[in-house]
Design a protein around this ligand. Sequence first.
Ligand code: NI
Length: 141
Amino acid sequence: MVDMDRISISLPTKLLEEFDKVIAERGYACRSEAIRDAIRDYIIKHKWISSLEGERVGNISIIYNHHSHELMKKLTDIQHSYTDLIVATLHMHLDREHCMEVILVKGDAKKIKELTDKLASQKGVKYVKLTVMTPGGKIPE
Ligand code: NI
């Protein structure tokens, strides 16, 4: 028997509704098991990103609520401290509330991870996805 701890968390109602829909579709019998799996996924993803080393090319996609001017300013400020890493940024207005930004990056994997984490941890950023590849010339034929 594994040791268990009980925690209590606050979630926006809509987020929880959406989560419950997804876990019902996926056939989870209880919310706790689904949350445990989601946490395991989160940890695995973090470990994968942390293990990256060397030169990489890729993109960081983020979705955020553009009604927060403070958030928009913060995201821009963060990007301005990584000009050696960022090749280009593409901005798309998704709907009335949301913007998507695709940030093309090239450089040290650790720096790319650091930038991704800084963007992801801002309040109001709803989704972050990092995709990285080794630069083209190093892919075996
Ligand atoms: Ni926009």
